[in-house]
Design a protein around this ligand. Sequence first.
Ligand code: UD1
Ligand code: CA
Length: 460
Amino acid sequence: MENSISAIVLGAGLGKRMKTNKPKVMCEVLFKPMIGWVVDALEKAGVNDICVVSAADDTMVRDYLHERVYFAQQKERLGTGHAVMCAKEFLQKTESENILVVCGDAPFLDEATVRKALVVHTQQNAALTVVSAFLENPTGYGRCVEENGKLIKIVEERDASEPERAICFVNSGILLFQKAALLQVLEQFTCNNAQQEYYLTQAVELLNQAGQTVCACQSGNPDVVLGANDKPALYALNEKARAAVLRRHMEEGVEFVNLDGIVIGPDVQIAPDACILPGCILKGHTKIGAGALIGPNSELTDAIIEEGAVIRQSVVSESKVCQGARIGPFSQIRPNCIIGKNVKIGDFVEVKNSTLGEKTSVAHLTYIGDSDVGEHVNFGCGCVTVNYDGVQKYRTTIGSHSFIGCNTNLVAPVIVGEGAYTAAGTTITKDVPPGALAIGRVKQENKSEWARLKLTSKKK
Ligand code: UD1
Ligand code: CA
């Protein structure tokens, strides 16, 4: 399909009905902006020449999609037809014969629908193919008006007559044009409608009047029409997508004891025999290996969790947890960590921008930031890598087989050699040679009879 279709994604809507400050198409379904779903589906269908129409002052959509698509700006929001006019430069430049126009606020566009539309479009040699769907409740959508089995026009709800409103065939917002036909109708749009906008859907009437072929192609997947103009509709999309994603994982062999509070993003991969317990939120491109146990109540974002790892009541972001490692309860792995094989991280531990070697153990109440820690290191309770002096961050290096006593502060930059020990309560400010014991604390002194003397002096 690569060269025969280019796409225009309409994304300049304001989100007024959504009551949000973001562009509407940046509202998320399963933690992924709706426009991200649409662009992913297009790319999956082999459509790589994509132009997104965004509002002139919008930087969010641009930052989100930056190098993947071209952009056109719509300075005034004058309707879907006007939005396509704003992409005229892209239209003239692209070499594809056909232009697919889709809405950025209808995330369930799928590859099969795009392919089916192209087949119908080509077979019928149509100037325009409208993807339609049958909805039991068509409220809010443009209705496809047919005469003798032929699509003659699309009317928006606000402009529809009573009998037209009863029509359950709706415009999905997915329109496939011959490029020449689209360029022709762009010059002819008017705004004689309830909203005084340039409607892209007017193309149906205009092309029919010009004697060109317009056909409707019913999508095999009625969900492709579903869009969200407000928060209740956005919630409905989330619930629908959530159920579909969970079902897919179950079918692929992932184990769920109960689904309460489990929300999994569409791009998360989970191997068979992993088990996800209630209350887990798995986002982004998180990948979970076979036999891993996640939850309850854990949040994973762009995390790689290898086979057999266990994450209990914890948060892992943009980090890798290797085979057999155990984390939690109540710990946080912040971005850019590699937690080695069979590492044990217990409760109230925070790790950031650090690597921990195989079998290292950090059992309780510890902060490890900007550190390279070897294998088989044991951290006592309450250790801190002091990585920040208020201006800069510094690294700590800890050799394998070393033993960091309880309540050690390691003031970075500092190196603890292999097999070294630090005494409990020590503040390390100088490098420790391999195999040495570092002790840095005031020697204990016992003042005998001190308590009794203090109390008797008070009585006098
Ligand atoms: C539109 C269709 C309707 C269809 C429905 C499917 C028209 C006139 N109506 O209605 O037939 O059933 O989609 O979801 O085409 N946008 C812009 N610039 C604008 C206006 C809109 O970029 O000036 C974008 C929006 O961000 C959105 C898309 O176009 O992504 C659709 O606009 P929206 O206002 O949501 O149209 P609907 O009323 O849903
Ligand atoms: Ca819409």
